[in-house]
Design a protein around this ligand. Structure first.
Ligand code: UDX
Ligand code: UDX
Ligand code: ADP
Length: 466
């Protein structure tokens, strides 16, 4: 017998939890969805009367929040209360790469997950379905089970893995029209099957049943890591070709188009860039590498680690090329960084290439002027400070954040396009050129500029993969 679901709780009001729950609330008006987080200011922002002030920028999200908030979607810090009332609890807290101890720099840090599990174990008085929504190492469900089953208060927990495949910037479209929904559970028991069916029924409000896959827990957990590893691997593969293209006169977009028409390869996710960023790819691959090593699979670990090595190389060679091209010194020169987010249409900056390139340029004593349409100034300073290579005073002295692209480029020696924001394609490049030091250099890390027309304006043009 599957359960009729009245209450869903989601722990973690971040980039995954927030948009996912907003869409569930919209599509399941009879279910009360309560999103809780320990971060009070984040919760306050989700509740801001002006929906444009919610903490996450995603096209289409504020409209859905406006429609559902305080109808059947609620944000609060009342974690215990939400757990107590819920039939299904999604765990959507952050799982950063460990920065200390065993597995430092590689393994996922599960302390936030464990804290959630202990809190659920303490509070729950009725049976619950617990859903892993964060990306987690394979066998995390097992650890959750251990913690939850030792509570002794007779509550039955079913643990499901339901990885989220949304990409930032297109989160709402991805949620409304997903390629597939994946649900992993205890396929061998009637209780496990019933729990899976309960979650299937939630998604079936708007997703065709044929696109809802059910597997065992471990396949589900591993599929999420595998999907991200394959996607990232495509980018490192095309980026590896971009370097060959630059040295031979081939054009990486022409190569991508030619191979992408082979239906076995496919045309998506072949855009060469200054390197992938985002909270998932690097973290998940490091995690996969760590798991492989833990299983004694050194060759497998080495294979996947190369995807990260190539990505780091791509960021570094882009930064080095700026210095080399500007006559081997950028000391005291002004470099305009167009874009700071890790991709367009998001205000998320985690692992953005712009951070690493700027950090390198600061080491070469450049002045860095940043413009991004959605990222807040303090976030940019925090990202650079987090790397720990330059003190806060130097960063604030050498890095300026401005409100328009034109302002960033005024009196610049060079421009670096770091994020593919649409507005950069239609800038008045002629007047930007006029306001720059000559020769005026532009480095396009996103391949959004047209080499010939930029050269016609007088720019010295460097496009990744040309
Ligand atoms: C990714 C996965 O796509 C998503 O399925 C998963 O749930 C979370 O991780 P996300 O990181 O939000 O999503 O964005 P994505 O579009 O995958 O881009 C990641 C990075 O790769 C960005 O920096 C992007 O600019 C870069 N990228 C992407 C390329 O450089 N070239 C491409 O062809 C595609
Ligand atoms: C390949 C390319 O497919 C083709 O486009 C090119 O012109 C020549 O090289 P071929 O070597 O004839 O063609 O066969 P292919 O079907 O690609 O298989 C190559 C090998 O990969 C085989 O041993 C095959 O068994 C193996 N393979 C293929 C797998 O192990 N798994 C797969 O999913 C596909
Ligand atoms: P993601 O991109 O995976 O959604 P985020 O960092 O954007 O990650 O969001 C995770 C959220 O989870 C943060 O807002 C954080 O405050 C919250 N969080 C972490 N641990 C707990 C916890 N024990 N209880 C409630 N919320 C938590």
């Amino acid at each position: 017998m599957t359960k009729t679901i009245k209450n869903i709780c989601c722990i973690g009001a971040g980039y995954v939890g927030g948009p996912t729950m907003a869409v569930i609330a919209q599509k399941c008006p009879e279910i009360k969805v309560h999103v809780v987080d320990i971060n009070e200011s984040r919760v306050a922002a989700w509740n801001d009367p002006n929906v444009e002030h919610i903490p996450i920028y995603e096209p289409g999200l504020s409209e859905i929040v406006a429609e559902t908030r305080d109808r059947n979607l609620f944000f609060s810090t009342k974690v215990d209360e939400a757990i107590d009332q819920a039939d299904i609890i999604f765990i959507s807290v952050n799982t950063p790469t460990k920065t200390y101890g065993i597995g430092k720099g590689m393994a996922a840090d599960l302390k936030f997950i464990e804290l959630c599990a202990r809190q659920i174990a303490r509070v729950a008085k009725t049976d619950k379905i617990i859903v892993e929504k964060s990306t987690l190492p394979v066998r995390t469900a097992e650890a959750l089970k251990d913690i939850l089953h030792n509570t002794g208060n007779g509550v039955n927990f079913q643990i499901l893995s339901n990885p989220e495949f949304l990409a930032e910037g297109t989160a709402i479209d991805d949620l409304l029209d997903p390629d597939r929904i994946l649900i992993g559970g205890d396929t061998h028991t009637a209780e496990g099957q019933a729990a899976m069916q309960t979650l299937v029924d939630v998604y079936a409000h708007w997703v065709p049943k044929a696109q809802i896959l059910t597997t065992n827990v471990w396949s589900s957990e591993l599929s999420k890591l595998t999907a991200n590893a394959f996607l990232a691997q495509r980018i490192s593969s095309i980026n590896a070709m971009s370097e060959i293209c630059e040295k031979t006169g081939a054009n990486v977009d022409e190569v991508a188009r030619a191979i992408g028409m082979d239906s076995r390869i496919g045309s998506k996710f072949l855009k060469s860039s200054v390197g992938f960023g985002g909270s998932c790819f690097q973290k998940d691959i490091l995690n996969l590498v760590y798991i492989s090593k833990s299983l004694g699979l050194q060759e497998v670990a080495d294979y996947w680690e190369q995807v990260i090595i190539l990505n780091d190389h791509q960021k570094l060679r882009f930064a080095k090329n700026i210095v080399k091209t500007l006559y081997n010194t950028v000391s005291g020169k002004q470099i305009a960084m167009l874009g700071w987010a890790f991709k367009k249409d998001t205000n998320d900056t985690r692992e953005s290439a712009a951070i690493y390139v700027s950090d390198y340029l600061l080491s070469e004593q450049a002045d860095v002027i940043v413009y991004d349409p959605k990222v807040k100034t303090e976030q940019i300073y925090a990202d650079l400070e987090y790397l720990g290579h330059h003190d806060s005073e130097t960063i604030r002295q050498r890095v300026k954040v401005v409100k328009t692209a034109k302002e960033a480029c005024q009196n610049a020696h060079a421009i670096a396009v770091m994020t593919e924001w649409d507005e950069f394609k239609s800038l008045d490049w002629k007047s930007i050129y006029d306001d720059m030091y000559k020769p005026a250099f532009v480095f396009d890390g996103r391949r959004i500029l047209d080499q010939t027309s930029m050269e016609a304006l007088g720019f010295n043009v460097n496009i990744i993969g040309n």
